[in-house]
Design a protein around this ligand. Structure first.
Ligand code: IFM
Length: 454
């Protein structure tokens, strides 16, 4: 643990109305495959297989060890308490708790039970995601999210787990970022399972949305005292010029990235328009699906990292590409533009267009490649990023958006999917060779901000 004195850490200056602990919560998030390790205790998942493909992961790594979080969870939970977090968001590994025959595995579930009990005793809320991309490999071998049956298997898993953990979980998140699972996993193939195919993204997305709706019903029946929601990654889309073609491309990007998910969930229908209609001819929809998908949500989790700049020239028909960005803006180690105004913009856009349930910012964070030096990580840029985004969030709240909480991504440095371990998002540094944890300067600033609250 760091011995740095508080006075040495730059303060996070955050508007007062975010500092009322009765109306706004602060947490940090992780996901199972990215931190857990211990693959021998579970069935294989699609990322185990994907990581073996040459060139799939930038540094050739995988999640087999990661942060060894199942071995170190008590130490990590002590750090959560030391930071003063109100809530911890983590995910359950589907292939750890369900065996090859679809039965609940008591030993796989035991660790999550202990974690939830520990959080409950400490008065820390738990935000539990059921699917953060680690589909059991056996299910992928039967078509994965292109197969409608996977939605029913997911609902069965959700039912079993929410029955077993009833009364322990504050908020259930069914899926994390279905756009990534669908589009990156089945359309462009840059994420697991690495499938490529036109319209496969929307086909997978339909089954993911259906899985969400079925699971939400099952969780509500099994654990009526909890809250149920879903987590989407949203991005405001800005045309790079006012030319008609660029504006049209930007609208298409907005529709495919944001509204393809929000509109079914909140309005029970896919977006309108010629492009949407053309795509929908490839989506295997059945009667009643849209009603199932549009379950009432107790909260909507939104993840925000960067805006998307759109140019018609980069459009291959209905595709879009994030564009090079405005000259003087800061780019993080992922190559992502840091633009806090984008968070405010997207929140206001969604507030104007939909009747939103209470919103949680379930992920937001900054990537660098900084290593610890003499036991300290001076990650000024991360503190700057957090402050900018909390300021933008406060402005969105003042303009009427009902946001109830904010989770920094991530609690710990971890396995960053195709980037492997080269990119670090944590408030806490992880030395992967020794598994030592060090609270970064940004983590200490977050801790101080939380300590200053009423
Ligand atoms: O690490 C990921 C996380 O798993 C999902 N949201 C985005 C993060 C940063 O890429």
């Amino acid at each position: 643990m760091s011995t740095l004195s508080m006075a040495e850490v730059p303060e996070l200056e955050v508007p007062q109305h975010l500092l009322n602990r009765h109306t706004f919560l602060f947490g940090a998030a992780t996901s199972a495959y990215q931190i857990e390790g211990r693959p021998e205790g579970r069935e294989p998942c699609i990322w185990d297989a994907f990581c073996t493909q040459p060139g799939a992961i930038r540094d050739g790594s995988n999640g087999k060890d990661a942060c060894q979080a199942l071995a170190h969870w008590q130490e990590d939970f002590a750090l959560i308490k030391q930071l003063g977090l109100d809530a911890y968001r983590f995910s359950i590994s589907w292939p750890r708790v369900i065996d090859a025959n679809g039965q609940l595995k008591a030993d796989g579930l035991a660790c999550y039970q202990q974690m939830l009990d520990d959080l409950q005793q400490a008065g820390i809320a738990s935000d539990v995601t059921l699917y953060h991309w680690d589909l059991p490999l056996a299910m992928e071998q039967q078509g994965g999210w292109l197969n409608r049956d996977t939605a029913y298997r997911f609902a069965d898993y959700a039912e079993k787990v929410s029955q077993a953990l009833a009364g322990k979980v504050t908020r259930w998140c069914t899926l994390n970022e279905p756009w990534c699972s669908a589009h990156l996993g089945y359309e462009t193939g840059v994420h697991a399972p690495g499938k490529k195919g036109r319209f496969q993204g929307q086909r997978a997305a339909h089954h993911l949305l259906l899985a969400h709706g079925l699971a939400a019903q099952a969780i509500r029946a099994a654990d009526p005292g909890s809250q149920v929601g879903i987590v989407l990654n949203v991005t405001p889309c800005y045309a790079i010029s006012e030319q008609r073609a660029d504006m049209q491309a930007s609208d298409n990007a907005d529709m495919l990235h944001n509204h393809w998910y929000l509109s079914p969930l909140l309005e029970g229908k896919y977006p309108d328009g010629e492009l949407a209609e053309q795509i929908l001819t490839h989506v295997p929809m059945q009667k009643g699906d849209m009603t199932t998908i549009a379950q009432p949500l107790d909260f909507l989790g939104l993840n925000y990292y960067h805006p998307t700049r759109v140019a018609a020239a980069h459009q291959a028909d209905r595709e879009y590409q994030p564009m090079p960005v405005a000259a003087d803006c800061h780019i993080n180690a992922m190559g992502w533009e840091c633009d806090a105004k984008g968070l405010k913009d997207i929140l206001l856009q969604l507030h104007q267009r939909y009747v939103l349930p209470p919103v949680m910012i379930t992920e937001n964070g900054y990537a660098d490649e900084l290593k610890a030096e003499q036991g300290r990580v001076r990650d000024k840029r991360r503190s700057w990023y957090l402050q900018q985004h909390l300021q933008a969030l406060a402005e969105a709240i003042s303009s009427g958006v009902d946001v109830r909480g904010y989770f920094a991504w991530s609690l710990l440095d971890n396995f960053e999917w195709t980037e492997g371990f080269s990119k670090r998002f944590g408030l806490i540094y992880v030395d992967y060779a020794t598994q030592q944890r060090i609270i970064k300067d940004s983590g200490l600033a977050y801790q101080q901000m939380l300590a200053r609250r009423r």
